[in-house]
Ligand binder design. Sequence first.
Ligand code: ZN
Length: 480
Amino acid sequence: MARTTCIRSADWVVAWDAKSGRHKYLRGADVVFSGDTIVHVGGRYVGAVDREIDGAKLMVMPGLINVHTHCASMPVFKGVREELGNPRFYMSALYDGWNLFYTEMDDRRWSAQYAYCEMLLSGTTTVVDMCYPFPGWIDAIGASGIRGYVSPLYQSARWQTENGYRLDYVWSDDKGAGDFKKAMDLIDQAERHNSGRLLGLVSPMAVDTCTAELIRDSLAEARRRKRPYQLHAGEAMMEFLEVTRRYGTTQIQWLAEHDLLGPDVIIGHGIFLDHHSWLHWSTRDDVRLLAEAGSSVSHCPVVFSRYGITLEDFGAYQKAGVNMTLGTDTHPHNLLEEMRAAATFGRVAAENMFALKTADIFHAATVNAAKALGRDDIGALAPGKKADIVLVNLDDPSMQPVYDPIRCLIYTAADRAVRDVFVDGEQVVENRSLKTLDFALAAREVSRAQRSVMEKVPSRDHAKRTAEQVAPLTLPVERA
Ligand SMILES: [Zn+2]
């Protein structure tokens, strides 16, 4: 018999309004879930309940959906990558930084666990985790309690630079095809996990690192499996220039010409499209093509803003009809902070504070994300939907004074106010503590992993530099 939980008389509830197809605030409402499903959102619930939670001084909201992460590789970059751009690669750290600081296979599990901790503690209940496969991945994400899209990355070419100013592509079509097959086997394995919370997402790495054939076969396979699909495009200047040189056209126009867009396609980042001000490209078609295809963009503003790069602009994409979603890509895996950055950088890029509303950002992190993943049972609070629920503590000083709780949460409090989190009706965070994972242990292991990565930097660098030479500390260090 499923247990029934009632959050009684919540001060604020972010409830789903089916008529308008938008969220709305509901005051003084009960939210009830039984097993993994919401059964009631509204006035006083009179049915029997097994557990009652006092909703006074709480906002009840749907769990957030992070559509773009690389959990196994990003935590060791913390404190390193924020100022690690390459001036000769239009400031991107993708090409050489990645090769110098990659996480060893055996440590990736800890890195992923650290990221799952950060996400759950900041109210994320569903994650798209795009990783190069590592041992123990499915066990780790399964045990975390998060709703996970296991998205193994694969590609036909890898980036390489021998001098720090020329980007080369080392091609191996056979490896791409072989890793694609292994990725599908791993998805099968994930979907058999006894939690029932894991699904697959098909994710060839990027337009510039995959052959046309691999991209085409991947999308066909996603459609055969009825699973979502994501491809990086418009992530970097170097990639835009490479693709226009290789195909004579932009990434998005090339995808459109080959019938490789659609409502089931998520474009990772989508920043350097033909209209971006850094490019001065002659066309203005990319955003319109994405909108006409009904495709989504997973927007990760924080990591790019550190390099002085931003998407131009969230409001314009949305107005054109692109389904805008959000991701963290890297650390911190805190979608609330990402929502804040999406709102403020969206206005800066548009030079217009009315370019978007906070409600648009909240929809991006919930129902737009659900739509991108092809589902209507997450990202909203209504009977019949999954019990993925976040309880926000309005009593936390960081939330006060509470005139508008979503604004207080996004622009100020962030994870400090996330008190309890439920996924599939199971409590994974209680009073700001994780019930499923040991954050302190994951942090210790990631610290050890980072030390070992730092020691290996000279042997991985083309100029044999130390980690501190590649990524100098904020201040000079003196021994006392
Ligand atoms: Zn990415």
